[in-house]
Design a protein around this ligand. Structure first.
Ligand SMILES: Cc1ncc(COP(=O)(O)O)c(C=O)c1O
Length: 453
C-alpha cells in the first residue's frame, strides 16, 4: 500500500516556485500529487520508485503502450539521419503520413497537420465558419474539444449549475476558463448528447456553422451514441447546412484506423485526430472532404483559411505517427482484436465483482476504453451522469487503486485506457485489487443509496 510520496512532494514544491500551480497543464493537477519519472509499456514508475499498471495513458494517447519499441526506433533512426525542422516547403515525411491517413481513414480525402487537438478543433471550426459564412456553433454538454474560446465550456458542469434537463433546448455557456469574451460565448450553444431535438431547436434560432462532437463522449468516461443518433446528426447537418465535425482526438486510431466514422458508418464533413495517432508524440490532424479542405490553400486570399505553425509536422512526431499507423496495420490490425479481448475480460471481471458485492455499478466500454459508473444504467449524456453517478464512491475507489499500484486518474468519470502493452495478467492483477478496494467500499455505497442487503 503506497501512502506517502515525499520525493514527489519535494519536486512539486520546487516547481511551484517557477510554474503557476507547479504543473504545466491544469488538467494534470491531481490528488494524490505523484510525480512520475519513467514509463514503459503498460507501466509507470514514480519518483519513489513505485510501479503502477497505467490505465490513464496520459489522457489516452498511449494506445500501443509507453515507449513502444517500433515507434521509438523510427524516431531515433530519423534523428540519426539528420532530419530536422526545415521550415520551408513540404517534406517527404509529411507527404507519407498524409497519404497513409487518406488511404486508411475513409472520412479523410485530404489532411493538414498541427501539434495539438485544440489547434485542430480550432481550425475545423474556423474552416466551418469560412465555408458556411455563419458564426454560431453547437457543442455538446460533457464533451471536451480543447481549450479555446468556442469549446472551453460545459464539460463536467455541476448539476446545481445545470439545473433541470433542457430538451429541446440549450444550456447557458458555462465557462471552464476565465477570459472568454461574453460576445464570443453568445456564439456557442451547448446541448445534450444523444438529443437530436435540441439540434433542430438551436438551428431554428441561430445561424449554425458547425456542430462539433466526440462521436463517443470520452472525457466523461465512455458515453456512446444511441442507434440513429450520429445518422440523425448527418441528416440535420444536411438540412440546416452546417458542417458536422467529429472530434476523434480520443476515438480516432484507438477504436479503429478509420475511427468512429468508420465504425458507425457516418461520414462527417470534417474530422479531427490527435492522441493515439502518434502514440504519445505531439501531432494532430484535421481532415475531411477535399472541397472543404482546399479552402486552406485557396488562391483567393479572401477565401483562404489561414493554417500555419512553426512546428507543424515536425519530423519527430511525424515519423512517430507513420510508425504508429504501420504498427496498427500489422497482421491485419490484430492489435484491435487483442485490446478487445483484454477489454472484454476486464469488463466481465468488473461486472462480476460489483454484482457479487451488491454494488450498483455499470461498466461502459468501447474496445480498450472503459469506465465504471456507480449508477444502475449506462449513461446517455452528462446530465444523466451528473444526476445519477456516485462521484464520491468513484473517486474513493480510484484513490484506493492508486495506493495499490493501479494508476487511474483520480477524478470521477475519467476514462480508463487499456493498451496493446497490457497483458491478461495485468488485467487479472487489476481485478484482484479492484475487488479488495470495492469490498471496503461496499458499505459506503449501501449507506449512500440507503439500500440494505
Ligand atoms: C476529444 C478531445 N478533443 C480535443 C482535445 C484537445 O487536445 P489537446 O489536449 O491535444 O489540445 C482533447 C484532449 O483531451 C480531447 O480529449
Amino acid at each position: 500500500m503506497i501512502q506517502n510520496y515525499p520525493k514527489s512532494k519535494e519536486i512539486l514544491r520546487r516547481n511551484q516556485q517557477f510554474i503557476p500551480g507547479g504543473v504545466v497543464s491544469s488538467n494534470r493537477a491531481a490528488n494524490p500529487e505523484i510525480v512520475f519519472t519513467r514509463a514503459r509499456g503498460a507501466y509507470l514508475w514514480d519518483a519513489e520508485g513505485n510501479r503502477y499498471i497505467d490505465y490513464h495513458a496520459a489522457f489516452a494517447p498511449h494506445f500501443l503502450g509507453h515507449n513502444d519499441p517500433y515507434v521509438t526506433e523510427a524516431v531515433v533512426r530519423t534523428l540519426h539521419e539528420d532530419a530536422s525542422l526545415y521550415g520551408s516547403g513540404t517534406t517527404v515525411h509529411e507527404g507519407k503520413l498524409a497519404e497513409l491517413i487518406c488511404e486508411h481513414v475513409p472520412a479523410v480525402d485530404s489532411v493538414q497537420f498541427l501539434n495539438t487537438g485544440s489547434e485542430a478543433t480550432y481550425q475545423a471550426l474556423r474552416l466551418a465558419r469560412a465555408v458556411t459564412g455563419k458564426s454560431h456553433v453547437i457543442t455538446i454538454q460533457g464533451g471536451y474539444n480543447g481549450w479555446h474560446n468556442d469549446v472551453s465550456c460545459n464539460l463536467m458542469t455541476p448539476l446545481a449549475v445545470l439545473g433541470a434537463r433542457r430538451s429541446p433546448g440549450e444550456y447557458p455557456y458555462h465557462s471552464i476558463s476565465a477570459g472568454v469574451p461574453v460576445e464570443h460565448q453568445q456564439l456557442v450553444h451547448s446541448i445534450n448528447f444523444n438529443d437530436l431535438a435540441s439540434v433542430a431547436y438551436v438551428c431554428e434560432r441561430y445561424p449554425i456553422a458547425a456542430l462539433i462532437t466526440e462521436p463517443i463522449l470520452q472525457n466523461i468516461g465512455v458515453v456512446k451514441p444511441e442507434p440513429g443518433y450520429l445518422e440523425g446528426l448527418r441528416e440535420l447537418a444536411d438540412k440546416y447546412k452546417f458542417l458536422l465535425v467529429f472530434d476523434e482526438v480520443k476515438t480516432g486510431f484507438r477504436h479503429a484506423l478509420g475511427g468512429c466514422a468508420s465504425l458507425f458508418g457516418v461520414r462527417p464533413d470534417l474530422a479531427v485526430y490527435g492522441k493515439a495517432i502518434a502514440n504519445g508524440y505531439p501531432i494532430a490532424a484535421v481532415g475531411g472532404k477535399k472541397e472543404l479542405m482546399d479552402r486552406f490553400a485557396d488562391s483567393d486570399p479572401s477565401r483562404r483559411v489561414m493554417l500555419a505553425g512553426t512546428y507543424n509536422a515536425h519530423p519527430v512526431p511525424t515519423v512517430a505517427a507513420i510508425a504508429t499507423i504501420e504498427r496498427l496495420l500489422m497482421n491485419n490490425g490484430e492489435v484491435y482484436d487483442y485490446v478487445e479481448k483484454l477489454g472484454d475480460r476486464m469488463q466481465k471481471g468488473l461486472e462480476q465483482i460489483f454484482r457479487g458485492l451488491g454494488i450498483d455499478a455499470t461498466v461502459a466500454r468501447q474496445g480498450s476504453a472503459f469506465c465504471v459508473y456507480f449508477m444502475s444504467h449506462r449513461p446517455k449524456d452528462w446530465h444523466d451522469i451528473a444526476e445519477h453517478h456516485q462521484f464520491s464512491v468513484d473517486e474513493q475507489l480510484r484513490r484506493d487503486l492508486v495506493a495499490k499500484g493501479i494508476y487511474v486518474f483520480p477524478l470521477g468519470t475519467k476514462q480508463w485506457s487499456l493498451s496493446a502493452a497490457h497483458s491478461t495478467s495485468d488485467v487479472d492483477e487489476t481485478l484482484e485489487k479492484v475487488e479488495t478496494a470495492a469490498r471496503s467500499l461496499g458499505l459506503e455505497v449501501m449507506a449512500e443509496t440507503g439500500r440494505k442487503e
